[in-house]
Design a protein. Structure first.
Length: 297
C-alpha cells in the first residue's frame, strides 16, 4: 500500500542538513506558513526540486505539513509547511548554531482553512517584494522583526505592533485598523526608509456599508478612512516612527483591485495613489511583479 504523503516515514534514509535547507527553515519560520509553490518561488527553484528537499525535512521532523487546506479536491494542490521540530531536529539545529525564534507560535491543531488562505495571500505579497528587492542593489528590505529591533517607538506596543488608530472627528470616535503584515524598503541612493503595511483582502467583506454600520463591521471603505485619517493626523510619523508610509491592499482579482482603487479615488481624489496601492494575486507572480509601481517617488 502506498504511504500517505502526510505521514512521516519512520525508516527514512539519513539526511545531511544543507545550507539551503537551513535557509528554507528560516523562511518558513519567519512567514509561519508557506506553500511548496511559494518556497519554490522564493528560492527560484522548480516545484520538483523543492519538493524533494521539503519531503526530506518533513520526514526528519524539521517541518510539519497541512493537508487539503486550499483545494481538497485538487490532486496536485501544493502542500503547506510549518516548523515542527522534534528533540533530535532541535539538537541538530543547535549544533549548527541555527535559531528559529518563531517556531512556538504555530498551533499544533490544524488551523481553519480561511485563516491559512489569508496568511498565504499575505505571504504572496511579502515574497514578491523579497524576490524583487534581492535583484536591486539600491534597495534593502527590512522585515517586521528587523524593524522592531531598530525602532524604539514600536517596542512600547508589542502586543499589536503595527496597529493604526485614528480619531474620526465627524463621528467623535477612535477606530483602529490592524494590518496583516509590515516591512520597509531602504533606498541607499536617498538614504530614506519607506514603511509598507499590507492588507490582504480575500473578498469576504463588502467595499462599503451603510453610514450607521460603517465602522461597526469590517469593510474596505472603513479601512481606507482609518488609514487616510491616521496619515493626516501624523500617526505614521509620530507613533510608528516612519514619515513615509504606503498601504498595500492585495486581493484575489484585478477587477476587485480596480473597484477598491476607484473607491479610494472617489474618497480622497489625487492624494489616494500616494498613500494606497491596490494589486491582485496574479500581479504578484515573479513574471508580472513590477516593483516600481510600489515605490513612492
Amino acid at each position: 500500500m502506498r504511504r500517505s504523503r502526510y505521514l512521516r516515514n519512520p525508516n527514512a534514509l539519513p539526511h545531511r542538513l544543507t545550507y539551503r535547507d537551513i535557509e528554507i527553515l528560516k523562511s518558513i519560520d519567519r512567514f509561519k506558513y508557506l506553500s511548496s509553490q511559494q518556497i519554490a518561488d522564493l528560492f527560484s527553484l522548480t516545484r520538483q526540486a523543492i519538493n524533494k528537499r521539503l519531503r526530506l525535512l518533513f520526514h526528519h521532523h524539521y517541518l510539519g505539513k497541512l493537508s487539503g487546506q486550499l483545494s481538497p479536491n485538487l490532486f496536485n494542490s501544493p502542500d503547506i509547511y510549518f516548523i515542527d521540530l522534534d528533540l533530535k531536529a532541535t539538537r541538530r539545529l543547535a549544533a549548527k548554531h541555527v535559531s528559529l525564534p518563531h517556531q512556538k507560535r504555530v498551533n499544533r491543531k490544524n488551523p481553519k482553512r480561511d485563516y491559512i488562505a489569508h496568511t498565504l495571500l499575505t505571504n504572496d505579497c511579502l515574497n514578491a517584494f523579497e524576490l524583487a528587492t534581492s535583484k536591486q542593489k539600491e534597495l534593502v528590505l527590512f522585515s517586521s522583526d528587523k524593524l522592531l529591533m531598530e525602532n524604539p517607538v514600536q517596542k512600547q506596543n508589542i502586543s499589536h505592533t503595527w496597529k493604526v488608530t485614528a480619531f474620526m472627528s465627524e463621528q467623535n470616535i477612535s477606530r483602529t485598523a490592524y494590518p496583516d503584515a509590515a516591512f520597509a524598503l531602504f533606498d541607499k541612493r536617498s538614504n530614506k526608509t519607506q514603511l509598507y503595511l499590507v492588507e490582504a483582502d480575500r473578498m469576504t467583506q463588502p467595499l462599503t456599508r451603510r453610514d450607521k454600520q460603517l465602522f461597526r463591521t469590517s469593510n474596505i471603505k472603513a479601512k481606507l478612512l482609518i488609514y487616510h485619517t491616521a496619515w493626516k493626523q501624523g500617526v505614521f510619523r509620530e507613533r510608528l516612527g516612519y514619515p513615509a508610509t504606503r498601504i498595500i491592499f492585495v486581493t484575489l482579482s484585478a477587477e476587485r483591485a480596480e473597484h477598491m482603487r476607484a473607491l479610494a479615488t472617489k474618497l480622497f481624489g489625487k492624494k489616494a495613489p500616494g498613500l494606497f496601492v491596490f494589486t491582485d494575486i496574479n500581479s504578484l507572480s515573479p513574471e508580472a511583479f513590477n516593483l516600481a509601481e510600489f515605490i513612492k517617488p
